[in-house]
Design a protein around this ligand. Structure first.
Ligand code: APR
Length: 242
């Protein structure tokens, strides 16, 4: 990968680095993206599965879909893109990671400083007492009752039409405001708030590097657009930062 001397210096001398990831970073692990040609929303309608109304109307159907996704994701492993970001965290004290992904693969690859702004598919939450539990698909197939109050539990993920967790979002905005280098990796920009984070970062002087197989809704903010697979590009790029 050809990087100019000027950029190499900028990468080496940058202090605060932020990565914002989407489903594309897990694509090479075999986790389907949402809007790609083989994406999840091609086979399913988001409105029928990933909304509070859908869950209220047919919790069984929504759980069937999430249990299917949990079982699928449980068979997948992190790919070189995840490991490259975990390596970056090990080497740069002021590196943070914000992910839209709920698949837990960043944690599995060794990343620790992660903000999961769309939640985590392997955690569920009681709709009544708000207790959270680790999700075990085999148990959920038999019962979706809260052990504490017997009400219904739901996947602890953000659904369409729901608001972001305020505390998580505030942390994400602060990181976007203060980061000198921001990676945007494998996201289409179809969802507004994460794109806003990239805009805020850009407005505050960040150098934005986008890695995607196609241009996206973030590309207008990218100072450097690296077209290709995250699993191939990141392992070549990260050595310039460590
Ligand atoms: N490397 C890099 N980018 C890739 C790769 C890859 N190997 N494969 C696919 N991509 C890119 C696609 O070009 C696309 O821009 O990843 C992006 C995936 O886009 P989406 O499927 O829309 O996923 P994402 O942007 O994460 O969706 C955001 O929408 O459905 C909701 O809550 C859900 O978190 C999700 C949010």
């Amino acid at each position: 990968m050809e990087i100019s001397e000027q950029l190499k210096n900028r990468f080496k001398n940058s202090k605060t680095i932020l990565a914002l990831t989407g489903a594309g970073i897990s694509a090479e692990s075999g986790v389907p993206t949402f809007r790609g040609k083989e994406g999840l929303w091609k086979q399913y309608r988001a409105e029928e599965l990933a909304t509070p109304q859908a869950f209220q109307k047919n919790p069984k159907l929504v759980w069937e879909w999430y249990i299917w996704r949990m079982e699928l994701i449980s068979t997948k492993s992190p790919n070189p893109a995840h490991f490259a970001l975990a390596e970056l965290e090990k080497n740069r004290s002021d590196f943070n990671l914000i992910t839209q992904n709920v698949d837990g693969l960043h944690k599995k690859s060794g990343s620790g400083k992660i903000i999961e702004i769309h939640g985590n598919i392997f955690r569920n939450r009681c709709i009544n007492c708000n207790r959270t539990y680790d999700s075990d698909p085999s148990k959920l197939k038999n019962s979706t009752d809260c052990p504490n109050c017997k009400s219904l539990v739901r996947p602890d993920v953000l659904w369409f039409g729901e608001s972001y967790d305020t505390e998580l979002l505030n942390r994400a905005v602060t990181l976007a405001e203060r980061s000198e280098i921001v990676f945007v990796i494998g996201s289409s920009g179809a969802v507004g708030i994460p794109v806003e984070l990239a805009r805020i970062a850009k407005e505050n002087g960040a150098f934005v590097i986008e890695i995607n197989i196609d241009p996206s809704g973030y590309s207008r903010y990218a100072d450097l657009f690296l077209q290709g697979k995250a699993g191939e590009i990141l392992p070549e790029l990260i050595p310039y930062f460590v």
